[in-house]
Write a protein that binds this ligand. Structure first.
Ligand SMILES: Nc1ncnc2c1ncn2[C@@H]1O[C@H](COP(=O)(O)OP(=O)(O)OP(=O)(O)O)[C@@H](O)[C@H]1O
Ligand SMILES: [Mg+2]
Length: 371
């Protein structure tokens, strides 16, 4: 595969590069997240010891087409690569992004994430052992998938220490699609990365302990456990933010736009009983799934999570954070993926608002800078 994974850069800096320039992390990187409702792009640069937000942009599918960019029922993209690449080109031009190097995030429903243990071994033996064992854990032939992995527990070289691996597999067909999209959009595909990896990099900082990170978008939701900055579990569930709109629209006999407006401005705190009741009925099953993930993690590792982070556009639903906290009895935050980046203070208010939708794009871009 010509596409690289970011983990290759972190784990094995000298092995994978056909292009020797890639031995050094670039100065600027663009992260692109093709979501259901919109494509988000973020350009990040290195700035002294830190990083700066250079530009960002978003293009909503409804502003261009009548359909979402991605339709899961059809198992992939609803629109052709051609339209997606046109949309990417448009948003890059609009945001005045000249950087050519891009990293695409790959959505949760196109990736398989799992973790497993290997017996004690030396670091140099690890890569081969991961590839050899992967077939037992992924539902597609290893030669039809591209593997990304990370050591998340144990010490290579210590004869007493079993090694824990977090593995992501992406079907080669999907990677080829992204390569075509990049080519048609006139950009260079630097790497691809599963969105869960980008999310955890963007939002979970040093010394935050063990975090359950829930990303609620339009079409799917992921629940991730990140322990001491290591992504340990990632589940994709079928909770769809769009369902909230449909249900409000049908309960109150409203059009899509009116329902969206009511949901976004009042949400669970609405005094219209019909609205809040409808939303609670949909949110409760999501909370039950999060609870299950937390209890499975407790059984697996004997550990409680320290906090819950919510992200994705739907995390801004008024009252959601408080409701999660009340039911799960945990500290709940909606972290800002731009908070440790440098940007003009005038953008503060806008950035605060849009941040939850940009977590994935920001995380994958920062990975390309070596964060
Ligand atoms: N204040 C708000 N309250 C509730 N929902 C909101 C609010 N603001 C935006 N949203 C919802 O966020 C969603 C967009 O989120 P996001 O950009 O994370 O989705 P996406 O990445 O396109 O979807 P997916 O990840 O499922 O492909 C829309 O459904 C929108 O209605
Ligand atoms: Mg998304």
């Amino acid at each position: 595969m010509a596409a690289n994974f970011l983990s290759d850069f972190n784990i094995n800096k000298f092995n994978i590069f056909s292009n020797p320039l890639k031995m050094f992390f670039p100065k600027k990187m663009v992260g692109i997240d093709i979501g259901t409702s919109s494509i988000k792009v973020v350009e990040i640069s290195r700035w002294g010891q830190g990083e700066a937000l250079e530009n960002y942009g978003e293009i909503k599918s409804l502003s261009l087409y009548k359909e979402p960019f991605i339709n899961m029922q059809k198992g992939g993209y609803l629109l052709s690569n051609y339209f997606i690449s046109r949309a990417i080109r448009a948003v890059l031009d609009e945001a005045k992004i000249k950087t050519k190097s891009v990293i695409f995030s790959i959505p949760d429903f196109s990736t398989f994430c799992t973790s497993f243990e290997l017996p004690p071994m030396e670091a140099r033996e690890l890569k081969e052992a991961v590839y050899y064992n992967a077939s037992q854990y992924i539902p597609l032939p290893v030669n039809e998938a591209t593997l990304d992995w990370k050591l998340i527990g144990g010490t290579p070289g210590d004869k007493q220490s079993a090694l824990k691996i977090f593995l992501v597999a992406i079907p080669n067909q999907i990677i080829q699609d992204y390569q075509k999209i990049a080519q048609m959009a006139g950009v260079e595909l630097y790497a691809v990365e599963a969105e869960a990896m980008g999310l955890s990099r963007a939002l979970v900082k040093e010394n935050k302990g063990c975090i359950c990170l829930v990303d609620i978008g339009v079409q799917s939701t992921t629940i991730n456990i990140i322990d001491n900055k290591n992504l340990k579990n990632s589940y994709s569930i079928d909770f769809a933010g769009s369902q909230l709109n449909y249900s409000i629209a049908s309960a109150l006999g409203l059009g899509h736009l009116q329902a969206e407006e009511l949901k976004n401005s009042e949400g669970l705190t609405s005094t219209k009983e019909e609205v809040s009741k409808t939303l609670y009925m949909l949110i409760d099953p999501l909370i039950i799934k999060v609870k299950k993930v937390l209890s499975d993690f407790y059984l697996q590792e004997g550990k409680e999570v320290d906090a819950i982070y919510l992200t994705g556009g739907t995390s801004s639903l008024p009252g959601l954070k408080e409701y999660f906290s009340e039911v799960l009895k945990k500290k709940v935050e909606i972290p800002n993926c731009f908070s440790d980046l440098l940007y003009p203070p005038i953008l503060e208010e806008t950035i605060e608002k849009i941040a939850p939708s940009f977590s994935v794009a920001t995380g994958v871009a920062r990975g390309g800078l070596g964060t």
